[in-house]
Design a protein around this ligand. Structure first.
Ligand SMILES: [Zn+2]
Length: 183
């Protein structure tokens, strides 16, 4: 790796750490000539096969631009979108293929988008899955109701634990309220 300061060709690695769930690695290097340090990152190449058969490198930016329109007017910010793109990449990389068809990228977007915002998800899914009738929407909404996202399940679980009759929290136990000293 050529030193960006003096163009010397040799450097030594002083630190390495995996980033993005292990799909890339960051290395801190020190130039053996001028002693200055710089960072490099290394990641395995992931290609998307377009419908035409052409290959292009996977791009988180493309994922973001693909869902941005569906998120218009929704409480979704740029951080949410970059996290979503990161999750999409993780889902795809977990499949262990170096080349994936573009429609699988679309599939990988659905689940994290659903967790992020159900309305954006419905908009995206309606285009992506070619919804043509009201029944298509109704079917998807019924599915959303029947199988809430994991976050929602966790939230429900937390709530049911809070309100469980076996655990008497001061809030649910009128007796403990009357025992609060009144001075
Ligand atoms: Zn140097």
């Amino acid at each position: 790796m050529i030193c960006p300061f003096c163009r010397h060709e040799e450097s030594r690695v002083v630190d390495s750490r995996p980033i993005d769930d292990g799909s890339s690695i960051k290395r801190r290097r020190e130039c053996v000539e001028c002693g200055r340090r710089f960072t490099t990152s290394e990641s395995t190449l992931l290609f998307v096969e377009k419908r035409s058969g052409a290959l292009e490198p996977f791009s988180r930016e493309k994922v973001i631009s693909g869902v941005r329109k569906a998120c218009q007017g929704r409480p979704v910010d740029d951080d949410d979108l970059s996290l979503l793109a990161q999750r999409v990449e993780e889902i795809i990389r977990a499949e262990g293929q170096a080349e994936i068809p573009s429609h699988e990228v679309g599939m990988a977007i659905l689940s994290p988008l659903r967790e992020l915002d159900v309305i954006a998800y419905l908009r995206y899914a309606s285009v992506y899955r070619n919804f043509t009738t009201l029944e298509d929407f109704e079917g998807e909404i019924a599915l959303l109701r029947a199988a809430p996202s994991e976050d929602f399940l966790a939230f429900e679980k937390l709530n049911s634990e809070k309100n469980s009759p076996n655990k008497t929290s001061p809030k649910n136990n009128p007796a403990s309220l009357t025992n609060i000293p009144n001075n």
